[in-house]
Ligand binder design. Structure first.
Ligand code: SF4
Ligand code: SF4
Length: 283
């Protein structure tokens, strides 16, 4: 009986997602992208007023004229801009903004009478051949949750299943920070967990990397105490310290609320590609 199951399993086709389909894939994340031809300044300023986390900022006094900035580190994928944007916003299928610096999470468009034009910003796309060059270099990750809602954890857990199989890249999760090269930190930092987060970081051997995950990890998300004036924001309270970089030195950010497993894989591999083992934090 059990051998039948084993043989049937061996004969069935593998459902492991190829790396080409994972990299930069943001399908299902609800992150928006701008349709440049349809974006006008009245639409930009109206939609920015609806954004609950201040991820969209419309400015008429930009040095180069009217502009719209979209901060993926603050975006929670609520979909309001897509619903109210008259086609000027749509769900992003690809997002080359995972595993990048905080500054690179912000995109800016100049909004003219003939649509919008994105301000030049150098963001490297994840290159498949370079990613394969990383294979075989083991990386141990300690996941840290100092205050998340567990949405990000649900997606991180999926990385270990046979569908995404993060271990094929030589990457594994470890229980102890003493065995970790990378801290994958989610959620806003709650005051009760701040000390534990600092202790976890201190317990990691150098060199070490810190990656902030999700809108909460990147900016505080809906819990950011500095966004109380935004319409629709959830009232914050004194129990939240702020995003991960309010207490730890963050090397890279992965946006989303929550980021999909594909965005997490892309982000982790991009961090590895950018940093390389020799450039990790050694202090
Ligand atoms: S938080 Fe909502 S309204 Fe703001 S940019 Fe993201 S999807 Fe659009
Ligand atoms: S980013 Fe979204 S899913 Fe992740 S912890 Fe914050 S609220 Fe939860």
């Amino acid at each position: 009986m059990i051998t039948d199951v084993v043989f049937r399993s061996l004969r069935s086709r593998s459902h492991l997602i190829p790396v080409e389909e994972l990299l930069n894939n943001s399908t299902g994340s609800r992150m928006p992208e701008v349709v440049r031809e349809l974006l006008t300044f009245p639409i930009a300023s109206r939609v920015a007023g609806l954004c609950p986390t201040g991820a969209l900022i419309a400015s008429s006094s930009n040095s180069r004229g009217p502009a719209l900035a979209l901060d993926y580190g603050k975006c929670i994928g609520c979909g309001r801009c897509i619903e109210a944007g008259e086609g000027a916003f749509r769900p992003a299928r690809r997002l080359a903004r995972c595993g990048v610096t905080r500054q690179e999470l912000v995109r800016t468009w100049q909004v003219g009478s003939e649509g919008a034009k994105e301000e030049e910003q150098v963001v490297s796309d994840v290159v498949r051949s370079q990613i394969f060059g990383l294979l075989g270099k083991a990386l141990s990750i300690r996941q840290l949750d100092p205050g998340s809602c567990n949405g990000c954890e649900a997606e991180i857990t999926a990385l270990s299943n046979p569908y995404y199989d993060l271990e094929r890249f030589g990457i594994q999760f470890v229980a102890s920070p003493k065995h970790a090269d990378m801290l994958l930190a989610t959620g806003p930092v709650s005051r009760n967990m701040a000390r534990a987060a600092l202790n976890t970081y201190a317990a990691m051997p150098s060199p070490k990397l810190v990656v902030a995950v999700g809108a909460c990890g990147s900016s505080g998300g809906i819990f950011n105490p500095n966004q109380l004036d935004q319409p629709g924001a959830v009232p914050s309270n004194e129990d939240i310290v702020g995003p991960i970089d309010s207490i730890l030195p963050v090397d890279a950010y992965i946006p989303g609320c929550p980021p999909t497993p594909a965005m997490l894989v892309t982000g982790i591999l991009e961090v590895l590609r950018r940093c390389g083992r020799s450039q990790r934090r050694t202090e």
